[in-house]
Design a protein around this ligand. Structure first.
Ligand code: F6P
Length: 516
């Protein structure tokens, strides 16, 4: 890999002072060459610092990283997550083939089919009021409890498609252990009409279990004699759910080979299936499928996830960009940034490669961003004139779902103006030449959202191959979890053999003092 990197590093040096505007001047076909339409999504990579030569080098890099081979392994269910010795089969969750024709074999496809059908049947029953609470009432309030990948996907989907959410339902999603999140939700819900959906791949996550216990206590306190009847569990470890008392017939499963941050396509999204309908969820899956097919079939430069992943590597490892900023110009996509933070930074925020050796150079950048135009009045100054070079990603929707035409025109004008200004600059104090990608969605639909999230998944996967990382494990997160468990014991007055630094000891003593 190092060998394949060197020509790209030389390319970067050769063109250090080249301006993006020169690239446009030199090639009238540039926009056409570096743009691609994938179903409802249009990608414009033409404001990126690459030309035909870069594409050749990108192709060689992808070849050296054996992207084609690993892509096939991913889709065919090979062990791509070596440290946990399992495949990462999220793409199978949206594959169209009926079980009997699946290349993955009957077991996987049959399982997916059965788990999906169980969720859809339950969703329809909740929607029609055929599933009732302990006091015989249909459910009006849904409380989804989960964190990380067991939260961010359904949250993104429900916020993005909010107008399609069934009006007879009130949906709340709780992740944080912070009581400031849960307390107001409990004030808003009626216990006898509340369905609690607990989502945890492991069913051992502290925050999720603590929030669940509190909600169960709340139900009991308000006269619900059998609170477990109002709780469903979604997990890859049904035994753990049974252990805390979830009735077996109220457990919806998904497979161990669905990674948390890739699980939005699975039973994890039961709350969205209920609130948006199974039909809508099918459309979401269909959009992702379209992107899967594109990723497997298209060649550079038309292959959007492949090109984006290569650019991520180029910016981070070759050009030294430490961050990448993402700005959706649509408030409904507000949660995209936090979704991507988990997807990209938990997957590729690693300094040891797939074999445990230190990676050469930088890997995953810090992903950050906000919603346009709000962000223009906060962080764009740094993007335009600051000393950090930040590649930017703009997202916008062609057709809005409102009639305020002037608003939408101005929103898009701002979005396009920012990318144009970042590139053009204005004199020595404001040199411009700042690269960006623009992604245009025809409309905000379940299909376009599915295609968008699948695009980001594949891009993350491609980048992981170039950095030679295992994108599907997260060993670093475990250390924080272990220490938190021990500190929790100390705060509870229980003994712990944890060796703490002076600063943390002092912070603890302050809390213990104020509890006295
Ligand atoms: O933050 C670490 C993590 O393990 C994520 O990968 C995962 O999505 C999240 O915690 C929640 O885990 P679980 O679904 O097992 O509760």
């Amino acid at each position: 890999m190092k060998k394949a990197r060197a020509p790209l590093q030389q390319y970067a040096r050769n063109h250090e002072h080249r301006r993006l505007t020169e690239l446009f001047a030199a090639d009238r076909q540039r926009v056409k060459t570096f743009s691609t339409q994938v179903g409802p999504l249009y990608f414009d990579f033409s404001k990126q610092p690459i030309d035909a030569e870069a594409l050749t080098l990108f192709g060689e890099l992808a070849q050296a990283a054996q992207v084609e081979l690993h892509r096939r392994e991913l889709f065919e269910g090979e062990i791509v997550n070596a440290s946990e010795f399992r495949p990462a089969l999220h793409t199978a969750l949206r594959a169209a083939r009926p079980p009997e024709q699946s290349a993955l074999g009957d077991a996987v496809a049959t399982r997916i089919d059965a788990e999906r059908k169980a969720c859809y049947a339950f969703a329809e029953k909740v929607r029609s009021g055929r599933v009732k609470s302990a006091s015989g009432k249909p459910y009006k309030y849904l409380i989804h409890i989960g964190i990380g990948g067991s939260y961010l996907g359904p949250k993104f989907l429900l916020h993005a498609l909010k107008p399609a959410v069934d009006r007879s339902l009130e949906v709340h999603l709780i992740a944080n252990i912070d009581g400031h999140a849960l307390a107001p939700v409990l004030r808003q819900c009626k216990p006898e009409e509340t369905l609690v959906i607990v989502v945890s791949k492991t069913f051992t996550t502290k925050e999720t279990l603590a929030n669940t216990r509190t909600v169960l206590k709340w139900l009991r306190r308000h006269g619900v004699t059998n609170p477990m009847q109002q709780l469903v569990g979604i997990t890859a470890h049904p035994d753990n759910a049974v252990e805390i008392g979830v009735p077996e017939d109220q457990i919806f499963t998904f497979a161990e080979w669905v990674g948390g941050r890739f699980s939005v396509w699975s039973s994890v999204s039961l709350v969205a299936m209920i609130a948006l309908t199974p039909k809508c969820f099918d459309r979401f899956l269909a959009g992702a499928r379209q992107m899967d097919e594109h990723f497997c079939q298209a060649a550079l430069p038309a292959n959007a996830p492949l090109l984006a992943g290569l650019l991520d590597f180029y910016f981070s490892t070759v050009l030294g960009a430490e961050t990448r900023a993402v700005f959706p110009y649509d408030s409904r996509l507000h949660d995209l940034v936090s979704y991507l933070q988990q997807l990209e930074m938990e997957s590729n925020g690693k300094r040891a490669d797939a074999k445990g050796k230190p990676v050469t150079g930088a890997s995953c950048p810090v992903v950050w961003g906000g919603v346009g135009t709000d962000a223009q009045h906060a962080v764009f100054q740094l993007l335009h004139q600051g000393t950090h070079d930040v590649p930017v990603e703009f997202l916008a929707i062609r057709k809005p779902d409102h009639n305020l035409k002037e608003h939408h025109r101005t929103l898009l004008a701002n979005c396009f103006a920012q990318s144009a200004a970042l590139m053009a600059g204005n004199g020595a104090d404001f040199p411009g030449n700042k690269p960006s990608t623009t992604i245009l969605l025809d409309k905000l639909t379940p299909e376009s959202l599915g295609a968008l999230l699948a695009f980001y998944e594949h891009r993350t996967f491609v980048a992981s191959l170039l950095w030679n990382l295992n994108a599907f494990d997260q060993p670093g997160v475990q250390l924080g979890k272990t220490i938190a468990k021990q500190i929790d014991r100390l705060l509870n007055g229980q003994p712990s053999d944890l060796q703490l630094d002076a600063s943390t000891r002092h912070l603890l003593s302050l809390i213990l003092e104020s509890n006295e």
